[in-house]
Every structure is written in C-alpha cells, then in structure tokens.
Design a protein around this ligand. Structure first.
Ligand code: BG6
Ligand code: MG
Length: 218
C-alpha cells in the first residue's frame, strides 16, 4: 500500500463538541441580553474562537471595548472547559475508532488539523491522543480555515505531499481549506451543505473500509 496522509478535524468529526461550544456561546449571548440559536451556531463551525465572538457580537448588535472582548473570550472558554472536563470515550463519534484502527494497521500516518486551542486535552480525555503522529491545532496556526495553513503544516509534519493527503471535515470553511491545500476533502455531514467536498458521508458508519482501502491504494 502507498503512503497517504490522513488529516482529521476534531470538533464535529471525532467528537460532538459543537453542542458544548453552542451552550457556552449561548450562555454568553444570554448574559449580554440576546438570543443565540442552533441555526446561527452553524456559522461557528471551524471558525476560531476570536472570530466566533466577533460574529456573536454582530448578531447581538453589541459593541465591546478591547478589555470586554478579551474577558468574554476567557469567560466562554472557562464555561466550555467545564463541559470538556466531563468528557470520556463515550463521546467519540460512531466508528471513528474503526477508521483510526484501520489506518494504524495499514501504517498510514494520521494528523489532527483543528482550529481549536483545546484539541490536545480533548483527545487526551477521550483516549485517542496516541493515534496521532502530528497534532496541528489553534495554537500552531496564524491563519484560520478556509486558509490551508493548518492542513499544510499537518502534511509537512507527516512528511507527506499535500496532494497525497485526505482530510475529514464537517465545516464548510474546513472543506474549503482542504481544497485550498490541494487535498482530497471528505465531508462528514450533509451533502447539500458540504458541497465542495470530493465525497460526503453522513458519519463514519457510512464510510466502508473498502472505500478507505481504495484511497490508500490510489
Ligand atoms: C473549531 C470549532 O474546531 O474550533 C469552532 O468548530 C471553535 O466552533 C474553534 O470556535 C475554536 O475552538 P476553541 O476550543 O479554541 O475555542
Ligand atoms: Mg469541525
């Protein structure tokens, strides 16, 4: 089998943390006196914490001083971390381990490519950290998805050419980042949302090992 690089987004691909991000942003919005819906939360997927707060304040029509902005960023994260604290392996999304085990068994390098600054502790909590040959997260990048930076650094750390990398993503910005990096993008979610993906699966239970084997052999 040839050597490919497999790069996974974290939130919404490996674990369903989007609901915790949502609850923490909603709490802040409510404290500031406005509503924040699950539908609006879709815009936050794959987007950095700072950009999320900017969008949230635009939604609420709230103007912030730099000091307030910084405080709210911290408040949201403290709240989010309370949910993360309680996470365990039961929160790994279906069949993620099936895919990771297959890749390890076939000696394929695996990287994380996430916008989150909390990526490493989350992988530790759910017990998946040891699968990853490289971790590229919100602490290692300067440019947010859809910029390809996060995935290009991951490919580099794996020692694999970008065009030989396969990215698993649940966010529109993430799929765009993968395509901007000249990689194959596999969308995890809805076909009509992740339209720029090369393939889309609702979740990993729909992605067969035969399909994965085909990608490795390509
Ligand atoms: C992404 C999430 O993975 O990480 C976004 O999809 C989130 O919703 C971003 O805002 C940053 O996460 P964190 O953990 O650094 O606040
Ligand atoms: Mg995601």
């Amino acid at each position: 089998m040839s050597k490919k690089g497999f790069i996974f987004d974290l939130d919404g691909v490996i674990v369903d943390t989007a609901k915790y991000h949502y609850l923490a942003w909603k709490k802040l919005a409510n404290q500031l006196g406005f509503e924040f819906t699950e539908e609006q939360n879709e815009m936050f997927k794959g987007v950095s914490r700072k950009r999320c707060l900017e969008i949230l304040l635009e939604i609420g029509g709230v103007k912030a001083t730099q000091e307030q902005f910084d405080t709210w960023m911290i408040d949201k994260n403290v709240d989010y971390l309370q949910y993360i604290e309680k996470m365990d392996a039961s929160e790994i999304l279906p069949d993620v381990e099936k895919i990771l085990n297959f890749l390890v068994a076939n000696k394929q390098p695996i990287a994380l490519g996430s916008a989150s600054k909390n990526a490493q502790p989350i992988l530790e909590k759910v017990g998946l950290l040891s699968y990853f040959n490289a971790i590229v997260d919100g602490n290692s990048v300067t440019k947010a998805k859809p910029d390809p930076e996060v995935f290009l650094i991951a490919a580099n750390q794996l020692g694999v050419n970008p065009q030989d990398c396969v990215v698993f993503e649940d966010a529109i910005a993430g799929v765009e980042a993968a395509k901007n990096a000249n990689m194959m993008a596999i969308g995890i979610g809805e076909k009509d949302v992740l339209v720029k993906s090369d393939f889309v699966f609702k979740d990993f239970t729909e992605l067969s090992l035969e399909f994965l084997e085909g990608l490795v052999k390509k």
